[in-house]
Design a protein around this ligand. Structure first.
Ligand code: CAA
Length: 260
């Protein structure tokens, strides 16, 4: 598929989706969100893709939020449809049975922070800035900022960010657990790809089960969540990769995984 506002490349099993509306600091309008949904579905269906990276074009922004110009005159019903489109897309991304990494290269505000939080892992450049500034334009977050942010950093910090609209830098985002690793700007993408390559070499079914157990166990009671974990772990024993992983360990050699 041809995208107008995204770049989509696949290399060595790693898909890189680059938000590419530099004139609007990669802000997400309806068209771009629909393209993101199509790209995520492509990643899901293409078996050669093992890991997905999301980043922003240029040095200034990952995504500077939902497109304020497009939202300005929406009525509540239209706003609800816009928020539903974003939620549907981000839930698809979050539940993609493959790992996703946000490489946050600059402003990740509002919808930008929200997109990054729907990824499994967030790497940031030292120049990245995060925040939920919707309150400053008379809104609250609409693509998961009140929910995923609370789950990642706790309700106290989420309320601090959502109610004040303050931005935080990459160092603070790392301190509160919003980002996993911070790199100098010129190393961000290379380091993210290096980590992605590591994941492409892992047994794919086990990666899928790990993500499933964490995603779907989180909101369950501990009894139900541990039951889910046991079942996911047990299912790994149906794969050749489990046999190969354990055999290779016992034979003191590197495993050769086939993804089956
Ligand atoms: N929507 C539409 N256009 C945007 C935009 C956005 N979210 N963010 C930036 N732009 C546009 C600006 O209007 C400007 O366009 P023009 O050159 O045509 O005037 C261009 O991008 C460059 O932006 P600035 O001149 O503002 O650049 P700056 O360096 O002075 O500031 C910034 C950068 C701090 C990121 C500032 O642009 C900003 O505050 N942007 C808005 C951030 C924001 O409020 N995001 C949340 C949106 S609401 C949301 O996301 C709701 C939700 O949860 C779904």
């Amino acid at each position: 598929m041809d995208y107008k506002n995204l770049l989509f490349e696949v290399e060595e099993g790693i898909a890189v989706i680059t938000f590419n509306r530099p004139k609007a600091l990669n802000a997400m309008n309806t068209e771009t969100m629909k393209e993101l949904m199509a790209a995520v579905i492509d990643c899901k269906n293409d078996e050669s893709i093992k890991v997905l990276i999301l980043t922003g074009a240029g040095e200034k922004a990952f995504v500077a939020g939902a497109d304020i110009a497009e939202m300005q005159n929406l009525r509540p019903k239209e706003a609800l449809a816009f928020m539903e489109l974003g939620h549907e897309t981000l839930r698809l991304l979050e539940t993609l049975p493959k790992p996703s990494i946000a490489a946050v290269n600059g402003f990740a505000l509002g919808g930008g922070t929200e997109i990054s939080m729907a990824c499994d892992i967030r790497f940031a450049s030292e120049t990245a800035r995060f925040g939920q500034p919707e309150i400053l334009i008379g809104l609250i977050p609409g693509w998961g900022g009140t929910q995923r942010l609370s789950r990642l950093v706790g309700t106290g910090r989420a309320k601090e960010l959502v109610m004040s609209g303050e931005q935080i830098d990459a160092k603070r985002a790392y301190e509160i657990g919003l980002v996993n690793r911070v790199f100098p700007p010129d190393q961000l993408l290379a380091e993210t790809k290096k980590f992605a390559r590591k994941l492409t070499g892992m047994p794919g079914f086990a990666i899928k089960m790990a993500k499933h157990a964490i995603n779907f166990g989180y909101d369950l009671s501990l009894d139900n969540a541990t039951r889910l974990e046991m079942e996911c772990c047990a299912q790994c024993f149906s794969t050749d990769d489990q046999k190969e992983g354990m055999k290779a360990f016992l034979e003191k050699r590197k495993p050769v995984y086939t993804g089956s």
